[in-house]
Design a protein around this ligand. Structure first.
Ligand code: PNS
Length: 164
């Protein structure tokens, strides 16, 4: 049987329980899952540095034998090819995610017809959770404790609400 390696790319700023849920689901169906943090994101000033995100994700995936984390920049298809990955995993929560994901998946297919995109849905509990929303709510003093891993919550508190 061939080894099925899949990349789970994203910004992960910060890692949420929705991301962790997707990692758990992905890890069950592929041989190797590589969480890949985009280094050259154009999403503006990040909350956590790439190194901090890498460290937090590393800690959270300790329990998985077939999950690793790394960083990448440039085109996702180039990174996936260099890794020998067959597919990219992306989480899809609502219809609006589809509108964002569809052109990316099609563009990636155009760039590399051999690379597939797999979509998985997180548990209903986290269908509304996004890194952007987490940061926005936390900044305004809202409680997001149940939506991110305890380690991420602790680090967010250390950063302080004003910085976000
Ligand atoms: O978590 P995000 O920010 O929604 O993830 C977006 C990501 C990292 C998957 C996407 O921006 C990406 O793949 N960037 C790498 C550059 C690239 O390959 N662009 C062409 C894809 S359309």
């Amino acid at each position: 049987m061939p080894n099925v390696k899949v990349i789970y790319p994203g910004t992960f700023d910060p890692l949420t329980n929705g991301h962790l849920d997707l990692i758990a689901r992905g890890a069950k169906i592929v041989d190797e899952l590589v969480v890949a943090i985009l280094r050259n994101s154009d999403k503006g000033e990040p909350l956590f540095t790439v190194a901090e995100r890498l460290e937090m994700i590393s800690a959270e995936i300790q329990g998985y034998k077939n999950v690793s984390v790394t960083t990448f920049d440039g085109l996702l298809v180039d990174f996936a090819r260099a890794q020998g990955a067959k597919a990219v995993l992306r989480g899809i929560r609502a219809l609006t995610d589809y509108e964002y994901e569809f052109p990316m998946a099609m563009m990636n297919r155009k760039l590399d017809p051999n690379l597939e995109t797999l979509f998985m849905m997180p548990t209903e509990q986290y269908t509304y959770v996004s890194s952007r929303l987490i940061k926005g709510v936390f900044k305004l003093g809202g409680d997001v404790t149940e939506l991110v891993p305890p380690l991420v919550m602790e680090r967010m508190k250390k950063k302080g609400q004003r910085k976000i």
